[in-house]
Design a protein around this ligand. Sequence first.
Ligand code: ADP
Length: 203
Amino acid sequence: MSFILGLTGGIGSGKSAASQWFETQGITVVDADIVAREIVEKGQPALQQIQQTFGDWVLLENGELDRRALREYIFKEPEARHQLESITHPAIRTSIIQQLQAATSPYVILVSPLLFETNQHQLTQHTLLIDASEDLQILRASQRDGQSIEQIQKIIAAQMPREKKQELANDIVLNDGHIDHLHTKLAHLHQQYLTRSKNEYSQ
Ligand code: ADP
């Protein structure tokens, strides 16, 4: 098992930009958001469990998950959220662990917007926060997704406060400048992570 780095940050902070840079350095990145979608793909056991729990209406005609219908249902029935999460969270965790274990790069990254909120940081040995002011988060996320400022503010409000994440993270990179500036800061940390993985995790 190699050294696992947890990478997090609020919406629009630059997690994906940072992940992409690490990938250019040959580091495997496991993305919790992607895993969350994979485990409810057609034919996956978690999707079958969701169907058994809530009914056939959760499936579209082509057998895929009707995300919109499920989202609306959960919005109306708060208890259903817990039921759903009791199915999805263990499946996500198992798949993340499998993917982390399969990685062969010098160290491996788990990127998750809810790394601390969902205790996924417990799967990691070290954490890196990509940090940005709320104004920058809103600007970047709205340019990327075309979402309204209000929608993005709502998402930020539902995430762990920035200050709390700053307290919990081992390393913090403030992504408030040019993208090259972000890459320079990451390159410095990358060397530290390589050294650590070599010293502590090689046989
Ligand atoms: P996250 O994954 O944390 O939600 P992204 O990495 O997708 O955030 O960044 C949000 C948007 O801002 C993307 O379009 C990205 O290309 C852009 N971005 C990220 N960092 C910078 C930067 N330092 N300068 C300019 N644009 C940036």
